[in-house]
Design a protein around this ligand. Structure first.
Ligand SMILES: NC(=O)c1ccc[n+]([C@@H]2O[C@H](COP(=O)([O-])OP(=O)(O)OC[C@H]3O[C@@H](n4cnc5c(N)ncnc54)[C@H](OP(=O)(O)O)[C@@H]3O)[C@@H](O)[C@H]2O)c1
Length: 387
């Protein structure tokens, strides 16, 4: 293993000791590389996604603990607490496992963290080398942090689950429910970059301009004419639900028939149902819900599926190069918080009052001067509000 020589023994991290209690800033040991495919990252910035606040309340604990237990090969149940949350970051590689060829010490990377590992709301984080990609050159580290988790979740839905990919998306018509959110806006941009014919997205009236700026055709889901608009924009090859709603379910009516069209949802009942009924009961109940939802789809030559976040190297590499070549924009950054303000960032993230991304500036470098580096690029003008 090759480790940066001057690493301290401990780091600051925001730790959740019990679900539904406030995060506590603590000094904890820096994670150690235990597998040859791992890298240790000094976190410069990390995003706060709505899912982080849900997880801090215990959402998904049953399934994630069981998954962790399986990973550890333990016969006894495994507690995830104390837990450091945070799914993605931009930072600098400070240690690499013996098999890692792709990165070396001091490389700047964007990365996601496997769902059961300790997260990025800390000064250092461990991940797999194939869950990271070179940082885009044309984005500063706060901007580069906006995409990894949302892009990997959109990729899991569109590419892994729905089998839409950069090579077959040309000419597709897509509909995204929840297009103004983190994952929805990433999906809009990815589909456009892959050559989709059109990407229609439902959102609130006050987010229509934002969806348009991301390359989507916005439809206000509260407007009485929303269904007529969807009929006139469709029929669609692929529908992605980033929100569960009556309109999302109704939109089965605007899917193409006998064209292998697909309705994919990232709002799966699995986490909630396993929390409520335990693992066997929750999986059975999710399977039943899936069957009730999916059973009629084959009658029209269509299909339905759920999708879950998964780290994806190809996705991260593509996002990095798409940002650099201008095919993907940095989404709006609603607010940048300092590392000491992580609890406030969580409270903000759990409100309806977020347009775009919330980012933690862990390194605390001068963001505005970092932003100036790219201010001349009309495509990547910084949109950072530092408080
Ligand atoms: N399966 C997985 O692995 C996975 C991973 C991460 C997240 N998720 C889930 O995916 C969902 C989206 O996550 P996110 O991070 O993108 O959340 P987000 O940023 O909060 O986006 C959700 C968006 O939905 C919009 N919305 C609310 N009601 C709507 C409706 N009736 N129709 C259309 N849009 C509506 C909201 O904006 P407006 O103000 O425009 O309404 C909001 O921006 C969450 O439910 C999350 O739990 C799943």
């Amino acid at each position: 293993m090759r480790r940066a020589s001057a690493l301290p023994a401990s780091m600051n991290a925001w730790v959740l000791e019990q679900y539904k209690t406030p995060l506590i800033k603590k000094e904890v040991a820096i994670p150690q590389i235990t597998q040859p495919d791992q890298i240790l990252i000094k976190v410069k910035a990390a995003s706060v996604n709505p899912i982080d606040t849900w997880l801090s309340k215990g959402y998904g604990n049953n399934i994630l603990s069981t998954w962790r237990q399986l990973e550890k090969g333990s016969l006894q149940s495994v507690s995830r607490l104390p837990l450091i949350l945070g799914h993605d970051c931009c930072g600098e590689v400070v240690d690499v496992g013996a098999n890692v060829k792709k990165f070396k010490i001091s490389d700047e990377v964007i990365a996601v963290i496997p769902g059961t590992w300790q997260g990025t709301h800390a000064e250092y984080v461990l991940t797999k080398a194939n869950a990271a990609a070179p940082k885009p050159i044309k984005a500063n580290y706060v901007e580069a942090t906006t995409m990894p988790f949302v892009a990997c979740t959109a990729w899991a839905a569109l590419v892994t689950a729905a089998q839409v990919n950069p090579n077959n998306a040309s000419g597709l018509r897509a509909l995204i429910h929840g297009g103004s959110g983190g994952i929805g806006s990433a999906a809009i941009q990815m589909l456009n970059a892959w050559g989709a014919e059109k990407v229609v997205a439902t959102c609130a009236a006050n987010n229509m301009e934002y969806v348009r700026s991301m390359g989507g055709i916005p439809i206000d889901y509260k407007d009485h004419s929303a269904k007529d608009r969807l009929k006139s924009e469709g029929p669609f090859d692929v529908i992605l639900d980033c929100v569960s709603s009556d309109l999302a379910q109704w939109s089965d009516n605007v899917m193409k028939s006998w064209k292998n069209s697909v309705h994919v949802s990232i709002v799966s009942p699995l986490f909630g149902e396993t929390d409520k009924y335990g693992i066997p009961g929750g999986i059975a109940s999710t399977a039943l819900t899936f069957f009730q939802r999916a059973c009629t789809f084959p009658l029209n030559g269509r299909w339905f599926t759920y999708a879950y976040f998964w780290p994806n190297e190809k996705c991260l590499n593509q996002i990095s190069s798409f940002i650099d070549n201008g095919r993907i924009k940095i989404p709006n950054i609603d607010r940048v918080y300092k590392f000491d303000e992580v609890p406030t960032a969580y409270i903000h993230s759990s409100t309806q009052d977020v347009r775009g991304k919330i980012v933690i500036d862990v390194a605390g470098d001068d963001l505005l001067s970092a932003g100036k580096e790219i201010a001349d690029d009309p495509f990547l003008t910084p949109r950072v509000n530092v408080i």
